[in-house]
Design a protein around this ligand. Structure first.
Ligand code: HEC
Length: 399
């Protein structure tokens, strides 16, 4: 396992938010490795386990057979599956699609394509192969792979995918800046989410905001949390997220400053936000201002109707980063402007059209939408972002 393995859990996200364009690898099909042939043990795997294990082993042995886009997409589609098997009782699953497993298995199969899929299906993988894989990966903290093998398999698979999409140069954790923590904060023991809140507000809030919805990924949003496991968050806090050299703000590592209980309490606190969002008084940062400026909020199905009607007086304006627009996917036919270029390119849109702003998590587009409304544009906002359109609802996307 690579030295930087613990960093990789967050790579897709970190990469999507700020990385510039990267060159996709050219595919070069090769033979399925011997490691994938049948094992003496006959115990069969469930179809999901077989598909997951077959895919990661193929990736491991024949990296060049996969295009970068495939790896990206599979990392995304394995995440909701992992959530189905996550033993964490604090996860909210209510209201989430009952067909998660079928939906994402189908999508993964589509990304693999008929040839790779056939090879995976024809490979006889048994429980012994799966245990072997789990054993090789068991260093990932706090995944009890003996007790929850299917979850562990999915968690490790997501990690393996992320490792493949690592930007080549990330800041070494040991070169990350030191961070001062006051003794009064250091002495909070980390018994529970309440301690986690105090630790978060005393340490993390300086960058992420007291509400966790600062300018970095909005780490308390439900849409963000739904894609991240607690284990992933633990590793991010311990080692800092992977960041590119030259990043303007670098997140420190906390493994030498906080003990594991303290880190876990922060992770638990972040998770409580999934519940918090059920309370109508917890509105997103910027939501009240946007509504005051008369930005109209649309649900994802409403946007789908508008999109299908192809109305000439509506502009669907996607404000995701370039990489997210291209790799994470966008609604076909939308206009794309990078948030930084918005002022420069705004002239292209006439004021008698309604501009509907689209972002990734249903949070970061609120401020620009409000600004547009204040400038006199008629503005709408797709309330739940591409996470809902693409990942939750599986509505049409283009890359
Ligand atoms: C000095 C500023 C700073 C501090 C303090 C800080 N962070 Fe961060 N954090 C960042 C930056 C910058 C990013 C964005 C990294 C990226 O995407 O490149 C980030 C990203 C994250 C992410 C998302 C990573 C991903 O890729 O999905 C999480 C989760 C996170 N921080 C949690 C925390 C927690 C919890 C604390 C407190 C223990 C904390 N951060 C303290 C600056 C900070």
């Amino acid at each position: 396992m690579k030295k930087n393995h613990i960093l990789t859990a967050a790579l897709a996200a970190a990469f999507l938010y700020q990385a510039p364009a990267f060159a996709a690898d050219a595919p070069a099909p090769m033979k399925l490795a011997a490691a994938m042939s049948s094992s003496p043990q006959q115990e069969t795997l469930t179809p999901l386990e077989h598909l997951t294990l077959g895919t990661v082993l193929l990736l491991e042995k024949e990296r060049d057979a996969f295009e970068m886009q495939q790896v990206f997409r599979m990392a995304l589609y394995f995440r909701p599956l992992r959530r189905v098997y996550d033993p964490n009782p604090a996860l909210i699953r209510k209201g989430e699609s009952p067909n998660v497993e079928k939906t994402y298995v189908d999508r993964i199969k589509k990304v693999l394509g008929p040839d790779m899929l056939k090879r995976i299906e024809q490979t006889k993988l048994t429980r012994a192969d799966m245990l072997n894989y789990l054993e090789r990966h068991h260093t990932l903290y706090n995944v009890d792979w003996k007790k929850d093998p299917t979850f562990a398999l999915l968690e490790y698979a997501v990690n393996d995918f992320h490792e493949q999409i690592a930007p080549p140069n990330t800041i070494d954790p040991k070169h990350k800046p030191d961070f001062y923590i006051a003794d009064s904060i250091k002495s909070i023991s980390g018994k529970n989410a309440g301690d986690g809140k105090k630790l978060f507000e005393g340490i993390c809030a300086s960058c992420h905001g007291m509400d966790g919805q600062g300018r970095f990924p909005p780490i308390v949003m439900k849409s963000y949390l739904s894609l991240h496991s607690d284990h992933e968050h633990f590793e991010i806090v311990k080692a800092g997220p992977p960041q590119k050299l030259g990043s303007p703000v670098v997140m420190p590592t906390f493994d030498n400053k906080l003990n594991e209980d303290q880190i876990w309490s922060i992770v638990q606190y972040l998770r409580t936000w999934e519940q918090n969002w059920a309370d109508p008084k917890n509105v997103r940062r910027g939501e009240a201002e946007a509504k005051a400026a008369k930005v109209k909020f649309y649900s994802t199905p409403e946007i789908r109707k508008i999109w299908e009607a192809k109305k000439s007086d509506v502009v669907l304006l996607d404000l995701q980063s370039d990489i997210a627009y291209r790799i994470m996917g966008h609604i076909p036919g939308t206009m794309h402007i990078r948030p930084d270029d918005l002022d420069k390119k705004l002239g292209k849109i006439s004021k008698d059209k309604e501009i509907i702003v689209i972002d990734m998590f249903g949070s970061q587009g609120l401020a620009p939408a409000t600004e547009l409304a204040k400038k006199g544009y008629k503005v709408g906002y797709m309330s739940d972002g591409m996470m809902d359109w693409h990942i939750s609802r599986d509505f049409p996307v283009e890359y």
